[in-house]
Design a protein around this ligand. Structure first.
Ligand code: NZQ
Ligand code: ZN
Length: 391
């Protein structure tokens, strides 16, 4: 295994009823709370009433910061920072998915920083030598795993760049995870969020080192869990066991544990983020289109790992196949799963304009951890291969 340092500063409270049980206690030290949320789902499913009821009974002043939409923008971050400062908030409470959590991490930094945080912390890695505004999160949809890391993916609309940085200082102080809160997530979002989980695991699994290591073993178990539990949650959206597993799979995929000792790839994420910057497409849907096409480009450079993936994740028996044929069968199984759960398979379905493919390809970051280092030409070839037919 490669050398590593592990730390995760977020305290997790998991399970049915955890908000009711712990929120008042967790917000004890704060007087004014910036309550951040998305486009309104929490008002419809009762989470807003539960959370505000608890905060008001505890005598908190609640200042609302609503309307954080998918693929949060830098403009929204600045709006939240201004509000936090004017209200003299002493805590941010983010209630939602990755978009709300990511936006709030950036707000927690911007509220305590006079500079241009895009230039200082997102355009390039920065140094946080001050304390950001404390942040707590209540997760309402499983997917990004943002609840347990310092990562915040922000879109700068002016510059047409969507990019993420992971600063340990931005880890939420606490995360409340009630799987029953995810029952109301629309089916399409539940599926794309679950694919995002699978993608985070695959992007880590398909990277060096490939020698025997516990991170790869954990990841195989996690991938099987996502596949099994997504199928169960599609059959019955109120299957608490399935929702619990998906929620914890999401956290496990991005709480840094599986990344220990691994290089990590994340080239598909680099590509998807730029598709998102140009089209505002759904993150998990973009990933679903790209993964099979990308893997058909790189599997020969990581052949033994793709063989392991076919056997240990999809349960495919060798039956006289060559390594190449077995690796391809694993990628075919992934593509079949994408079709089975109803995810999109072409960029056209995501609304990506064909005439912008080159510009988008040229704007993608190049991963240093891939089995095969991409070029912008090869990324463009991948985009063309999955543009209007499944790759
Ligand atoms: O906005 P509302 O009305 O709340 O509706 C949301 C939104 O439309 C809805 N939703 C959430 N919980 C719900 C619900 N609807 C009904 N009932 C509930 N309980 O779901 C929709 C999607 O929410 P969003 O937060 O956008 O989804 P997700 O969690 O997939 O986050 C996506 C963002 O996170 C970034 C993505 O790039 C994207 O910007 N990522 C963040 C990462 C991180 N910080 O570690 C890693 C990821 O790779 C990813 O890049
Ligand atoms: Zn992701």
């Amino acid at each position: 295994m490669n050398n590593f340092i592990f730390q995760n500063a977020t305290k997790v409270y998991f399970g049915r009823g955890c908000v009711k049980e712990y929120l008042a206690c967790l917000t004890k030290g704060a007087n004014t709370i910036l309550l951040a949320y998305g486009g309104g789902s929490i008002r419809r499913n009762g989470i807003y009433d539960e959370v505000t009821g608890i905060l008001r009974s505890a005598g908190k002043t609640v200042v609302e910061f609503p309307g954080i939409l998918a693929n949060p923008t830098y403009a929204k971050v600045l709006e939240g920072a201004k509000l936090a400062r004017e209200a003299q908030a002493d805590m941010i409470l983010a209630v939602g998915g990755g978009s709300v959590m990511d936006c709030c991490k950036a707000v927690s930094l911007a509220a305590r920083c006079d500079g241009d945080i895009w230039e200082e912390f997102w355009a390039r890695p920065g140094v946080i030598d001050f304390a950001p505004l404390p942040l707590g999160v209540i997760v309402t949809v499983a997917g990004t795993g943002s609840e347990c890391n310092g990562g915040a993916v922000i879109t700068n609309e002016e510059k047409k760049v969507k990019t993420g940085r992971d600063y340990p200082q931005l880890n939420p102080a606490f995360a409340l995870l009630d799987p029953a809160y995810t029952y109301s997530v629309p089916k399409g979002q539940m599926i794309s969020g679950s694919f995002d989980i699978l993608s985070h695991i695959m992007e880590t699994y398909f990277s060096e080192p490939d020698e025997d290591n516990v991170s790869d073993d954990i990841m195989e178990a996690l991938m099987r869990s996502v596949i099994r539990n997504l199928r169960a949650a599609i059959r019955n959206p109120e299957d608490y066991t399935a929702r619990s597993n998906l929620m914890w799979d999401a956290t496990m995929a991005e709480n840094r544990i599986i990344k220990m000792g691994k290089k990590c790839d994340f080239e598909c994420h680099n590509m998807e983020h730029q598709l998102g910057a140009y089209t505002d497409c759904n993150h998990g849907c973009g990933l679903a289109v790209l993964h099979p096409a990308y893997y058909r480009h790189i599997y020969r450079e990581g052949l033994q790992k793709f063989v392991r993936f076919a056997e240990n994740v999809w349960g495919i028996a060798r039956q006289g196949r060559s390594d190449e044929a077995l690796a391809e069968a694993g990628i075919d199984a992934l593509a079949a799963f994408i079709r089975e759960v109803g995810l999109p398979t072409t960029l056209k379905e995501l609304g990506v304009p064909r005439e912008q493919l080159r510009e988008i390809a040229n704007s993608c970051g190049i991963s240093q951890g891939s089995y095969k280092r991409m070029t912008h030409e090869e990324i463009l070839a991948i985009f063309h291969e999955c543009y209007d037919k499944e790759a």
